[in-house]
Design a protein around this ligand. Structure first.
Ligand SMILES: Nc1ncnc2c1ncn2[C@@H]1O[C@H](COP(=O)(O)OP(=O)(O)OP(=O)(O)O)[C@@H](O)[C@H]1O
Length: 251
């Protein structure tokens, strides 16, 4: 369902004729495959290429070389009209949240459901329940500017998961959360994963990764390797549902 085959990425491509030179390659020869229901940490030092890899997966950029298949669709050969439909099956928690400033927290989270044409009564029930779960029930009417960083991050998370996407991509989703909130967030991600969502979480939060051992995509200097995240040496560690979706991988 998610397949990278020799993918490389340079920024600025298409810009030559606009006077911008092609930048250096920031991702090199990325090859891996994930089946539906997989969970992966995405790990690597700052600047290694985690956000760039996620941007390929939510169609913000296209590979400069190689092949990328997302949810069964080859993004290079798919007709242009197919891409927004594909994109709607992907939930993204952006590192910088990207909430719409003129909308309330409720309306930010409701937006993907409204775009999908869901009935307003169902939207109200679903959004209210999820906002209660992420601890923001008292902030339904607040605008992003009136919320703390952690509150905004939780709105961004709620917006990403409200549609139960086929693929959930989260870029440093606990950066503004305390440990208790981060654990609650992991419960949410694991529950989605349990019901079939493929989940990829980029993070520097080593203690969170240690508490939830799962296979990892590791990036260093734009090159990918795969392996298992370090887990606690003792104690129960159910972790995300790592038993499913573990397709043979090559990197
Ligand atoms: N829009 C862009 N234009 C040009 N180069 C970029 C752009 N975005 C990222 N890069 C470069 O791509 C490389 C990888 O950056 P990326 O943001 O993917 O790393 P990261 O692993 O997500 O880092 P961090 O953990 O700090 O968020 C870096 O060298 C960065 O400077």
């Amino acid at each position: 369902m998610l397949k990278f085959d020799g993918v490389g990425l340079r920024y600025g491509h298409g810009g030559l004729h606009q006077g911008r030179a092609l930048g250096p390659e920031v991702l090199h020869d990325i090859s891996f495959r994930l089946e539906p229901g997989a969970f992966r940490w995405l790990l690597g030092p700052s600047g290694a290429g985690k956000t760039s890899l996620l941007r390929l997966m939510y169609l913000a950029v296209r590979p400069t070389r190689g092949h990328l298949t997302l949810l069964g669709t080859d993004v290079a050969t798919a007709p242009r009209r197919a891409l927004p439909v594909l994109r709607r099956r992907i939930g993204v928690v952006f590192q910088d949240f990207r909430l719409l400033p003129h909308l309330s927290a409720f309306d930010n989270v409701a937006l993907p459901l409204r775009i999908a044409g869901r009935p307003e009564g169902q939207i109200r029930a679903d959004v209210t329940e999820l906002m209660r779960w992420v601890g923001l029930f008292r902030h339904l009417d607040a605008r992003p500017a009136a919320m703390s960083g952690g509150e905004q991050q939780r709105v961004a998370i709620a917006r990403a998961v409200i549609t139960r996407p086929a693929l959930l991509l989260a870029d440093e989703p606990t950066g503004n959360l305390d440990d208790g909130q981060a654990e609650r967030l992991m419960q949410l991600f694991k529950e989605l994963n349990r019901i079939g969502t493929t989940v990829i979480v980029a993070t520097h939060n080593e203690s969170l990764v240690g508490r939830h051992p799962a296979p990892a995509l590791r990036i260093a200097d734009g090159y990918l390797s795969t392996g298992r995240s370090p887990g606690p040496s003792t104690g129960p560690s159910p972790g995300p549902s790592t038993g499913r979706g573990d397709a043979p991988e090559a990197s």
